[in-house]
Design a protein around this ligand. Structure first.
Ligand code: MTE
Ligand code: MO
Length: 324
């Protein structure tokens, strides 16, 4: 057992966030004052609620969606990253991701849905309360972390966009801006930018799928995918696309970045699976960070990264060796 599930009633929102009432009121007041002073405020409450980098976030802890394993320290979570838009070295994102500006930010919503359009990030986030979920993240490179994310269930955000009956898949895209992302300017890059990912609709609507806007109680550091990224804890890390600017509902399965790059090594599903090795290395074990040369901290990899109870039913009858 990796997840202790608590019934929804065990933790009422009002028990945990009395401060949110105060904070929201303060944000609203700030907007009102700006309007009264004749300043241009594109949309009253929302612009005031725009997340500021490094800002402490107000959230509800979700013990039913959290592991009590030891968390990976903040410094490892924010200095050992994969974000090829800023370089392929693990330290490159921490070094260069602040060259990207994340305010203002908007997300284009298109395809098979009733509410397409360009959404200001704050308008996407506004109707929802933030949750904290402490998830395991298992990279396909056989290392893993335990990260306390702050965000919103993906399903809640997608429902807002009202996908129609032709929406069988949902596609996500990262910002493409070589001026801000030095990895996209690199002559050595083999990736066909922008970074692209996708999910089957039922995977996207699963209760574990999460849109994160922060970690360790604060807004997302740029290197971890500010201002908004996916977190899919039962899949290899590369599915958890960062810095999202486009969401598209579609009938056909989207092609995804790593699948296009090396289809025999990386598949569309990419569910964590110790029984299916990567062609060049074993997936039976993983290094849980922090790990060093003398204490590599190897642990056994668990199928669906330990989240089988929540997601195994999505793949019933599918040959996971074929659909890796
Ligand atoms: N846009 C984009 N998203 C990305 C990546 C990337 O290179 N570009 N790397 C992926 C990989 S391989 C992993 S393991 C995780 C790492 O997330 P973290 O740096 O927050 O730990 O981000 C994923 N999302
Ligand atoms: Mo990864």
């Amino acid at each position: 057992m990796f997840i202790k599930k608590r019934p929804g009633w065990a933790l009422s929102h009002s028990d945990v966030t009395p401060e949110s009432v105060y904070l929201n009121r303060r944000k609203f007041m700030a907007g009102t004052i700006a309007v009264a002073a004749g300043l241009s405020v594109p949309s009253l409450v929302s612009s005031a609620a725009r997340p500021v980098p490094g800002e402490a976030l107000d959230y509800v802890a979700m013990p039913g969606f959290s592991t009590d394993e030891e968390k990976t320290p903040y410094d490892d979570v924010t200095r050992y990253n994969n974000f090829y838009e800023f370089g392929t070295g693990k330290g490159d994102p921490a070094r260069y991701a602040d060259e990207m500006s994340v305010t203002p930010w908007s997300v284009v919503v298109e395809g098979e849905c009733d509410k397409p359009g360009t959404y200001a990030l704050e308008d996407l986030l506004k109707p929802h309360d933030y949750q904290e979920r402490i998830y395991r993240l298992r990279c396909v490179e056989a290392w893993s972390m335990v990260i306390p994310w702050i965000g919103i269930p993906l399903a809640d955000v997608l429902k807002q966009m009202q996908p129609n009956s032709r929406a069988k898949y949902v596609y996500f895209e990262t910002l493409h801006d070589p001026e801000q992302m030095r990895g996209q300017r690199s002559m050595f890059s083999t990736i066909d930018w922008p970074y692209q990912e996708g999910l089957r609709m039922d995977e996207a609507m699963n209760e574990l799928s999460f849109l994160a806007v922060g970690l360790y109680g604060k807004t997302m550091p740029n290197q971890n995918g500010a201002p908004i990224r996916l977190v899919l804890p039962w899949k290899y890390g590369f599915k958890s696309i960062k810095s999202i600017v486009r969401i598209r509902f579609q009938e056909e399965r989207p092609r995804t970045t790593w699948e296009m790059l090396a289809p025999q090594e990386y598949g569309f599903y990419a569910n964590v699976n110790p029984e299916v090795d990567h062609p060049r290395w074993s997936q039976k074990r993983e290094r849980r960070l922090p790990s060093g040369l003398l204490s590599p901290n190897w642990i056994e990899t668990v199928k669906f990264n330990g989240y089988g109870e929540q997601v195994a039913h999505l793949y019933k009858g599918m040959d996971l060796r074929k659909f890796y």
